[in-house]
Design a protein around this ligand. Structure first.
Ligand SMILES: NC(=O)c1ccc[n+]([C@@H]2O[C@H](COP(=O)([O-])OP(=O)(O)OC[C@H]3O[C@@H](n4cnc5c(N)ncnc54)[C@H](O)[C@@H]3O)[C@@H](O)[C@H]2O)c1
Length: 318
């Protein structure tokens, strides 16, 4: 067993399966005591059972580590407080929070119900805020903390059929950048990871959806990393980088978003101006129409080119 996280206490949400399970196991192997949170729900967030979290706790204990079960729903503000308080009650503090719990309800935006929007935002974006909010109070007091949240290229780059999920995941990246700036001075770092791994969540995306996206020439998320050779990406591959971010060595890594897929770890740039046009005063629409194609728009690619006759649409006929 490693000692990098000896005497540290961690909460990992959604740790009963997939990426979260791998993170909980490695944090424990490195010496951290772990609250294994998982509501044991289906991929769409329905149902609920205690078994996944319980099994991971048993696995950690069998390897000589320390862990306790928590099955609270991260989407509920009070329940999230109980997740963090479980760490305090059982182990005396909370040093590391990994916001990992997640669900999927993919629909094209014109078919997306309010309920499917709300459910996905509630687990990912509200869940990340809820746990972060309660942990931040303790971490600020103790002047130490590590918060690591799962974002996704589905939001950072965009992916069809995932308006709810993508909005939540890009929201998590924004939340990360803001909270990093609020908590940094208290010795707390806040970072996000856009992971990719073969888990049950990915298995639910039908091959048909992938084929349709490819046939229509719709850009896939992570396309900018697709030049990398094909990789086996196991759920356990994300954990070593989480451990690194949790250690003292990473004390100045704050407010960043990383991509982790198999053996690839990439730093994703902060959004920054790529090209700029500046005028002393307000632009007119005519001036913009003239200058845009040769400046800002010179090499922009439409990720989903229209499949309509060129003359269709109002004002396009003449
Ligand atoms: N697998 C990928 O390639 C991939 C890509 C991008 C982002 N992610 C993100 O990584 C995280 C883990 O995904 P995974 O692929 O391991 O999924 P998974 O479905 O295998 O595991 C997610 C776990 O979260 C739990 N959970 C769901 N809602 C919960 C709630 N309200 N409260 C507590 N627990 C809850 C589930 O019971 C499940 O065990 C998610 O946030 C996901 O969006 C995964």
């Amino acid at each position: 067993m490693g000692q990098r996280l000896r005497d540290r206490v961690a909460v990992v949400t959604g740790a009963g399966r997939g990426i979260g399970r791998g993170i909980a196991l490695l944090l424990a192997e490195e010496g951290a005591a772990v609250v294994v949170n998982d509501a044991g729900v289906n991929v769409d967030g329905t149902g609920g059972e205690t078994t996944p979290a319980q099994l991971v706790v048993e696995e950690i204990r069998a390897r000589g580590g320390q862990a306790v079960v928590n099955t609270d729903n991260v989407a509920d503000f009070q329940a999230a407080e109980n997740i963090i308080e479980t760490a305090i009650k059982e182990f005396g503090r909370i040093d590391i929070l990994v916001n990992n719990a997640g669900i999927l309800r993919d629909r094209m935006v014109f078919n997306l119900s309010e309920e499917d929007w709300d459910a996905v935002i509630a687990v990912h974006l509200n869940g990340t805020f809820n746990c972060t909010r309660h942990a931040a109070v303790r971490m600020r007091q103790q002047k130490f903390g590590r918060i690591i949240s799962m974002s996704s290229t589905s939001g950072l780059y965009g992916n069809t059929g995932q308006a709810n999920y993508g909005a939540a995941k890009d929201g998590i990246a924004g939340l990360t950048r803001v909270v990093a700036r609020e908590l940094g001075k208290y010795g707390v770092t806040v970072n996000a990871i856009a992971p990719a791994a073969q888990t049950r969540m990915i298995a639910t995306i039908p091959d048909k959806a992938r084929q349709v996206r490819a046939q229509r020439g719709v850009a896939l998320p992570g396309q900018r990393t697709s030049e990398l050779p094909p990789l086996r990406a196991e759920p356990e591959d994300v954990a070593p980088f989480v451990v690194y971010l949790a250690t003292d060595a990473a004390r100045n890594i704050n407010g960043q978003v990383f991509l982790v897929r198999g053996g690839v770890v990439a730093l994703l740039n902060d959004p920054a101006p790529v090209r700029t046009i500046i005028k002393d005063g307000r632009w007119t629409p005519e001036e913009i129409a003239q200058i845009f194609p040769h400046t800002l728009g010179m090499d922009l690619v439409n990720p989903a080119p229209p499949q309509l006759p060129p003359e269709s649409g109002p004002g396009q006929g003449g």
